[in-house]
Design a protein around this ligand. Structure first.
Ligand code: ADP
Ligand code: MG
Length: 261
């Protein structure tokens, strides 16, 4: 692997070692090692088919790797289950956000985990209060937590999905292309949301195609190609051209040529 190793004294919060996953004869992940440090924004970039989704599915317990290990909370696992990932604080905000548009913000934040009175009656007041508190923490203002989610902007919807992961106990938040299909203004809001989360001590794994966003918001960048991690950089020590060369593999070509020359 090429690139710059993290210059951090912290021990990793989450590490994967030697992860392998094949689908038939397609090797989606090959010997993947990644460390994630507390409070950082780690961007994972790579072309279509590089293995990013497979990696996040393994981290969220949706897919079992064929080989390798996942180390978190002082323990090593061969694979995670969705329940164990959540217990360990790993929570994923998928691209579709999985929001119910016709329900309000508070319902969406607590979907399926509503606080109750005497186990039977939903405690609406508690839901509203906690939703307001979460949104304030995320620095998002909405007219009312009783507003249907379908009426919100793209950035606000992202914030509601993040509020839900935090409410579920998420400390390591994986965000899959959060700014895809968003306008410039909305994207800026989401990038601010990500930075705010990191400064509040959350750890973010950001999957993105947008190198401009990645460079605006990340502390480190991990580049995947053909199922491999081909480079890992401290963001301020690299530039979009270098990262793009690693994504496309044109650095191999240059090196080959340089050797041949
Ligand atoms: N469920 C699956 N069945 C068969 N092949 C898959 C499946 N999931 C992913 N793949 C293959 O694994 C490789 C990596 O895919 P993926 O992890 O989705 O990459 P990315 O998210 O970086 O685009 C691709 O070649 C893809 O076609
Ligand atoms: Mg994908």
């Amino acid at each position: 692997m090429r690139g710059t190793e993290p210059n951090t004294k912290n021990t990793a919060l989450l590490s994967v070692r030697g992860l392998e996953k094949s689908y038939g004869h397609v090797r989606a992940l090959r010997d993947v090692d990644i460390d994630v440090f507390p409070g950082e924004v780690l961007a994972v970039v790579g072309d279509n088919g590089a293995g990013k989704s497979t990696l996040i599915k393994i981290l969220s317990g949706a897919v079992k790797p064929d080989r390798g290990e996942i180390c978190i909370g002082g323990k090593t696992y061969k694979h995670l289950t969705p329940a164990r990932a959540l217990k360990m604080g790993i929570s994923t905000v998928y691209q579709d956000l999985a929001l119910v548009d016709c329900r309000d913000l508070a319902c969406n934040v607590f979907l399926g985990r509503e606080p109750t009175w005497f186990r039977w009656f939903v405690n609406q007041r508690k839901m509203e209060e906690q939703t307001s508190q979460l949104l304030t923490r995320l620095r998002i203002s909405v007219p009312s937590v009783r507003q249907p989610v379908g009426l919100l902007s793209g950035g606000q919807r992202q914030a509601v999905a993040v509020a839900r992961t935090i409410q579920q106990g998420g400390r390591i938040i994986i965000m899959d292309e959060p700014t895809a299909a968003m306008g410039v203004k909305e994207s800026v809001k989401v990038l601010e949301l990500i930075r705010g989360l990191a400064s509040d001590g959350y750890t973010i794994i950001l999957i993105s195609h947008n190198l401009h966003h990645v460079f605006t918001v990340s502390d480190r960048i991990c580049v995947m190609r053909h199922g491999h991690v081909v480079g890992c950089f401290i963001t301020e020590n690299t530039d979009p051209d270098e990262v793009m060369n690693f994504i496309t593999g044109s650095n191999d070509y240059q090196t080959e040529n340089a050797v041949k020359a």
